[in-house]
Design a protein around this ligand. Structure first.
Ligand code: SF4
Length: 370
């Protein structure tokens, strides 16, 4: 039963220095061609939308599409999916693109959640990561949403940006709290190969935040979130009570989902598929088969139940694991006992979950599962 649909819009105004997502700068003509292909893929799967509960349009920067093109995608979704059954419909936006017309258009097409890529509010750090907006754009975006009664808003933050200190992380959070979003995603910067930031690092132009400082940043984040009433329900995600991301919880609960568009992945019928990551190949594949699927990926449900389940604050249900895989978690992964002894994992009568210390050192636990 497919519960989530992800739709990828790969276009951006400019490329951020840290980004390794499938994205590109493209002419409107190419964007139009891509959207036609995307709609063919959307239609191809139309018999699979009966049990759909969430839709997520991500990128790239979906808000970068002009009104006509955005309307084209939203109209197609409206045509082929019964949106009255959809519990959560999110679109990602660059704060600079959120104006009256944008909000009116998405609301008209039943989008009920906005995810805004803020990353940081500090001018120098925004420049380091190549973002083209300001903190004033973020404030104005939120004001416009609230004016149109769109309150279910996520703000994305990145911390441990080269050159950032603990006070700047704290002030980003204070700024975000003042905007009253329902949800905050906060990730430490990951240096990905083949990015401008990686190149600058190898040339010695930038230095990374050291581990100790990053650890202190994580502690400050946790304390400030708790003080402000945001509940951590996943390693990098916090929300006000009742505003957890239903779409992302679907991934962490290993529910079936469809991903359409360039580079999107899908998981159904016990398999995981990935679409072509190059635009040219994606367009060709759509002509051949009406889907963008490039290949089937390795998918190990037993391992992923643990890897994804432990990302959630509630952890993995011991009984559910045993019912599905016919062995206990510790029969499947005896090495996990060791992390209980180290205080990184805790087991109560129903669940296995990361402790606060375990959340900070979660990579140690995850790496042991491979
Ligand atoms: S806006 Fe997002 S997808 Fe586009 S380049 Fe920046 S990080 Fe990558």
């Amino acid at each position: 039963m497919i519960k989530g649909l992800y739709i990828h819009i790969p276009f951006c105004e400019n490329i951020c220095t840290y980004c390794d997502f499938p994205k590109m700068v493209a002419s409107e003509k190419l964007q139009y061609e891509y959207l036609n292909a995307l709609i063919i893929e959307l239609i191809h799967y139309q018999s699979e939308y009966q049990s759909l509960e969430t839709i997520y349009i991500g990128g790239g920067t979906p808000s970068f599409l002009n009104q006509e093109l955005l309307q084209k995608v939203l109209h197609a979704i409206d045509t082929y999916i019964d949106l009255s059954k959809i519990k959560e419909f999110t679109i990602e936006a660059n704060p600079k693109d959120v104006n009256e017309n944008f909000v009116k258009l998405i609301k008209k097409h039943h989008v009920n959640r906005l995810s805004i890529g803020m990353q940081t509010s500090h001018v120098g750090l925004l420049k380091t990561i190549g973002r083209n907006h300001t903190s004033q754009d973020i404030k104005s975006a939120i004001d416009i949403c609230h004016k149109h009664n769109l309150y279910n808003i996520n703000i994305d933050i990145i911390y441990a940006i080269p050159g950032e200190n603990v006070y700047e992380v704290a002030s980003d959070l204070q700024f975000v709290f003042s905007l009253k979003p329902t949800h905050i995603s906060i990730y430490s910067l990951i240096l990905e190969e083949k990015t401008k930031l990686y190149f600058d690092y190898t040339k010695g132009i930038i230095t990374l935040v050291d581990e100790d400082t990053e650890f202190r940043m994580a502690n400050v984040i946790n304390s400030l979130m708790i003080e402000s009433g945001y509940i951590q329900y996943e390693i990098s995600n916090y929300s006000l009570p009742g505003f957890e991301s239903k779409h992302n919880l679907g991934y962490w609960n290993l529910e079936e989902y469809l991903g359409i568009g360039m580079g999107a992945s899908s998981q159904f019928d016990g398999c995981r598929f990935v679409n072509h990551k190059s635009l040219h190949m994606y367009l060709e594949q759509i002509i051949k088969s009406s889907t963008g699927i490039m290949s089937e990926e390795d998918f190990n449900p037993r391992q992923e139940t643990i890897l994804l389940g432990l990302r959630k604050k509630t952890g993995v249900s011991l009984a559910d694991f045993e019912a599905v895989f016919h062995q206990t978690i510790f029969e499947a992964y005896p090495e996990l006992e060791h992390f209980i002894d180290l205080g990184l994992l805790h087991k109560n009568s129903t669940h296995l979950f990361l402790t606060d210390k375990g959340i900070m050192l979660s990579n140690q636990v995850f790496l042991s599962l491979f």
